[in-house]
Design a protein around this ligand. Structure first.
Ligand code: NAD
Length: 295
């Protein structure tokens, strides 16, 4: 069994990006710039936004955060988005989700200019992705594809089972893995909360991708001997032995599943660090006008 070291792969990719960013900055006079909008005081969202800022700085990108109070109206939030959409020195814009109650995530995402939508959640970008056209790929699915590639895992012709059909993870990764492309070409089954005989379906998988948001729900009897397991879940569970007071766990019961696998991602240090890399890659693409050529 080999542990896929997402942190190490993310660091390699960030080092590669840092060299490119530095060259672009010296040639063009400015670095790519990511803006994040954070509404309210959700502690997990605060942490995610801080990590994104830190990662930008690590690769030499500029970052800014627009912090808005919990009681912000949709009209006020839209004004901020319009303002950033027009700022020519900002390449990428993300609105940290979830938003406080009363704000429509769909409407807010649709307001982001597609060429700045580096989360890849705008209907224009998801539509392009489904059609196989150039688009910003949602960050976590992109991170998973990169993890498989960089670990040298063969995907062509393999049976892949994805559990979870969210718009940000399960559905897009199932589409990307089924594409007629190098690093894809899997035969994919997408499972969800209404799937019957889930363990038996999962046991057919050469590659099992788990994104269900249920702590340690996937046990050894879901996993074929020799399978590759990618665990997307992140859960904080109280742990008095840790300085922080909590430990991070995945959707997969690691100790039970790992001995059955050929490869597995740990939590933390698997998919998580790669999600940020996906976001940085999209921001770099936006700066270079790779998806939407700059006028
Ligand atoms: P979500 O809650 O939006 O969707 C969960 C999906 O799983 C749903 O489609 C549901 O049908 C399915 N599901 C739930 N319980 C199930 C069960 N028992 N059996 C089969 N299917 C079931 O979740 P999400 O946003 O896709 O996130 C999934 C997990 O991944 C969460 O733990 C989240 O915190 C984590 N996550 C991690 C990263 C990262 O960077 N590592 C990024 C995004 C999400």
């Amino acid at each position: 069994m080999r542990i896929i070291d997402g942190k190490e792969i993310a660091n390699q990719l960030k080092n590669e990006m840092a060299a490119e960013v530095e060259k672009l900055r010296s040639d063009l006079g400015r670095a790519p710039h990511l803006a994040a909008v954070l509404v309210g005081n959700d502690p997990a969202s605060e942490t995610y936004v801080k990590n994104k800022e830190k990662a930008c700085h690590e690769v030499g990108m500029a970052s800014s955060v627009y912090r808005l109070p919990e009681r912000t109206t949709e009209a006020e939030l839209m004004e901020v988005i319009d303002f950033v959409n027009k700022d020519e020195e900002i390449d990428g814009l993300i609105v940290q989700l979830p938003l406080p109650k009363g704000l429509s995530e769909d409407a807010v995402i649709a307001r982001i200019a597609p060429e700045k939508d580096v989360d890849g959640f705008h209907p224009a970008n998801l539509g392009r992705m489904v059609l196989g056209q150039p688009s910003y790929l949602p960050a976590t699915p992109m991170g998973i594809m990169l993890l498989l590639q960089r670990s040298g895992i063969e995907t062509e012709g393999k049976r892949c089972v994805v559990i979870g059909r969210s718009h940000i993870v399960g559905t897009p990764v199932s589409i990307l893995l089924s594409r007629n492309r190098a690093g894809a070409n899997c035969t994919v089954t997408l499972c969800h909360s209404k799937t019957q005989n889930l363990p038996a379906i999962c046991r057919t998988a050469d590659i099992l991708i788990v994104a269900i948001g249920q702590c340690e729900a996937i046990t050894g009897d879901y996993v074929k001997e020799g399978a590759v397991v990618i665990d997307v879940g992140i859960h904080r569970v109280p742990d008095a032995s840790k300085k922080s007071g909590f430990a991070l766990k995945g959707d997969v019961k690691y100790d039970e599943v790992a001995p059955r696998c050929s490869y597995i991602t740990p939590v933390p240090g698997g998919v998580g660090p790669m999600t940020i890399v996906g976001l940085l890659r999209n921001t770099l693409s936006a700066f270079k006008g790779e998806i939407y050529p700059k006028r």
